[in-house]
Design a protein around this ligand. Structure first.
Ligand code: FNR
Length: 381
């Protein structure tokens, strides 16, 4: 009701409610380079379309007369109760989107009690992000470096700074064919904007002849030579387990065979994701892959998902198909572009309110109880 009451007296400073308006306004605020870096995908952007289309293939089937007065959005993961099933996806180089970058989005996430996943390629060092978040929940995303000492050092730093899980992104051992970035000659990493963690890392800096402050070009060159590791195999998972006690989630799982391997190698969680359509053009939509992964996992470890979450109905559908929680990527970045910390807060608040309403109107009180009985596949599919 509160949401609708404010509409009678609209505030001229009011930020968008309609999701598409966030994107439109971000388009006006950002230059071509950063805008397309965020909004674009790999190749012909088929995967990006598949991500959104996959949500249209499933319909919520609302149930009536079920007393939905008091609702509960909480979810349990790794022994912690989180206030909702939303998380802010790991997004690198946020200082190209807004000068306050990750610090602003981490503060917004903390204010909304939504867990923030700090990227390995964050603009601010992971310790600074942790500091502004206080006790608010946060996870760390790992890009697995060719240099095992740097990878181990990142894991140590994350653990020491109060991050409570490690998200290992497997789908980016190298950057994909991204046509807009090639056209705009835009690679923010080369400007050093996403290297906050590397330039403050003792293991990384020990390999340089002079400090990144003295010689940023050589430091960036060294980073390009060590970022990503296409030589990794499943056997290497043991390295991560030896170097952290935190729960390990694998991000970028789409193939059911990989879900079997994830169980076999004893990881703690899976994030079904195609990196928001930024890696393999023509890949399966993430929501389409989700039920197949959940059929293999059978609840043994939590399965999360991202890629295409835009509104509350998307959250409910993903949970109905087996996800325990979802990560939100671009919507938060459009909020950041438009209004910094306030913008991210507003985007999260809108999505939480929409999720709560959609849950109630679907006939459920508790988000954790949403299941396949709440959705049906579209008949004409
Ligand atoms: C990303 N993503 C990403 N993932 C990751 O593991 N580490 C990272 O540093 C980044 N960086 C990044 C930058 C930008 C600009 C975008 C848009 C995405 C992928 C991200 O975590 C997530 O998987 C997708 O954004 C989810 O899709 P939607 O919500 O953007 O459709």
């Amino acid at each position: 009701l509160k949401v609708y009451q404010t509409m009678h007296n609209p505030d001229p400073e009011r930020l968008p409610v309609v999701y598409e308006e966030w994107e439109e306004r971000a388009r006006h605020v950002l230059e071509d380079g950063p805008y397309y870096y965020v909004a674009g995908g790999a190749g012909g952007e088929k995967t990006m379309s598949s991500n959104l289309r996959a949500f249209d293939r499933w319909n919520i089937v609302p149930k009536m007369l079920r007393n939905v007065e008091d609702r509960d959005l909480t979810v349990d993961l790794f022994g912690t109760t989180y206030s909702s099933p939303l998380m802010v996806a790991p997004i690198g180089v946020q200082s190209i989107i807004h000068p306050d970058g990750d610090i602003a989005s981490a503060k917004a996430a903390a204010a909304m009690n939504v867990p923030f996943i700090t990227s390995s390629a964050s603009s601010a060092p992971l310790e600074e992000i942790a500091k502004v978040m206080g006790d608010a929940p946060r996870w760390f995303q790992l890009y697995w470096n060719k240099d095992p000492e740097v990878t181990a050092s990142f894991l140590r730093r994350a653990e020491a700074s109060g991050y409570s899980a490690v998200v290992v992104t497997l789908d980016t051992p190298m950057m994909a064919w991204r046509e807009y970035d090639l056209k705009n000659v835009y690679l923010p990493f080369l400007l050093g904007e996403g290297l906050g963690n590397y330039f403050t890392d003792p293991a990384f800096c020990s390999k340089l002849e002079s400090s990144p402050q003295e010689d940023p070009t050589s430091a960036i060159m060294h980073w390009t030579q060590t970022f990503g590791n296409p030589g990794l195999t499943w056997e290497d998972i043991s390295f991560l387990k030896e170097h952290t006690n935190l729960p390990i989630l694998l991000k970028g799982i789409l193939h059911p065979e990989d879900a079997k391997l994830a169980l076999h190698y004893g990881v703690d969680g899976i994030i079904v994701s195609n990196h928001g359509g930024r890696q393999v053009d023509g890949a399966i939509g993430a929501l389409e892959a989700l039920p197949h992964i959940c059929d293999i996992v059978q609840g043994e470890i939590p399965v999360l998902m991202d890629s295409g979450i835009r509104r509350g109905a998307d959250v409910v559908k993903a949970l109905a198909l087996g996800a325990k929680a979802v990560l939100v990527g671009r919507p938060c970045m459009y909020g950041l572009a438009v209004a910094g910390e306030r913008g991210v807060r507003e985007v999260l608040q809108n999505m939480l309110a929409d999720t709560d309403l959609t849950l109630a109107l679907s006939g459920e009180k508790a988000i954790r109880e949403v299941d396949r009985t709440n959705v049906m596949k579209a008949e004409d599919d």
